[in-house]
Every structure is written in structure tokens, then in C-alpha cells.
Design a protein around this ligand. Sequence first.
Ligand SMILES: [Zn+2]
Length: 229
Amino acid sequence: MSDGESIKIVDAFDLDDELRSLLKPGEMVRDADNRRHRLPRYFYEVPSREAAMTIRLTPHFGINEFVLVDLKEAARLQEFPRYIPCAVRVLAFYLEQFRAAAGASVHIAVNGGYRSPAHKMSHSATPHMWGTAADIYRIGTTILKSQEAIDKYNDLAEQLTDDITTYPYGHVTGSTADDHLHLDLGYITVVPREISEDRMEVPQESRPRFAFEERRRKDRRAPVTEGAE
Ligand SMILES: [Zn+2]
């Protein structure tokens, strides 16, 4: 790659049967309040661990930070190539602003970024299944375990923008751990500009299609004075 990089975008209806059954593109799922939401259809395809580590969405957030999972995620979805909804870049943008407001690095928990519909924590719809939520366990050197710390950063996020929703300390919805700061943007789906929406929501056996989102690497490169977080 020279001064630009690109990320492959796929229509999940073109993926194989197993991946479609795990990612459930376009399917409706109910949230904890019984409202229905349509799952995302367009995903970034991350070809390798190296690519996950290398591709930056913003100067301080790379793809890797949003796909850290353990055995709660389906085994197939932990194999490369891996898939993450395109809306994750919107989340990364907001987290970059949040990081600046906090004045410290923001660390996403394992299982705290994208969780597929097959993930064991996906009991009902949460924005984690859209790639638009983050559970944060540490900011700078502060481990977010106390009500005081979580209240402080919830306030900071809410003052930053009305677009971010937080959970109060000690919530017991079963969708996030109590000792994490949860920030989400709601159920955002991104239709990348490179995609044409003229297809029905069914797989088309003969002509899988994909596109590449060209990214301006220079703008998103982490400052050389700071390590990857
Ligand atoms: Zn969460």
C-alpha cells in the first residue's frame, strides 16, 4: 500500500451459508423492550490478523479493537476473513471525540465491541450487533469499576453529544457487564457509497459482488509519538 489503503466491503447475502446463518443480514431482531430492528447487511471484510491490527478507522482506533472476543463468539466468526458492520467507523469517529474529551486513551473490553447475533451475549438486539456500541473497561489508568468513575464518564459522553446513549451504573439487562462503561449510538446501519442497492435481499448464486472503500491513510495514521492502544 502506498499513500492509500482500501477495505473490502461485502454484501453479507453473498457470503456462504454458514456465515449468513451467523450474521443474519437483514433479519429482524427484538430488543429488550420488544422493539424490532433490522440487522446490518454490509460488512468490512478483514482478511487477516495483520490487517485487523494495521487498519485504522481513526487515528487512535483500529479495527482490531472492535473485534476482540472470546469463546462467547461463534468459532467461525473468529476465523479470518472476519466481518464487522460498516457502521463501526461511525462509532470509531465518536470514540475519537470521546477520547479527546477524556484526555486519555480509551480501552474497549474483550466482547465489548462488535458482537454478532450468534454471540452468547446477544440475547436480544443491542447496538453491539450493529457495531455501534463499545464497552470500555479502562480510560487512561482508571479502571472503570466504581459508580463514581462510570458516572463521571457517562456525564462526559452525554455532554459531548446527544447521539451517545449510556447505561447507568449497575444496570442488569444482561447485555453488558456492570463494571463496564457502555456507550452506544443506537441502531445505525451504513450503506457504503460504493454499494448499489438495486438487489433484493436474497443471495445471488452467480454473481457475488463487493466493493472497496478507499481510505486516506495519512489522515488516519496514529501519531508516531503514541503507541497503538
Ligand atoms: Zn455494552
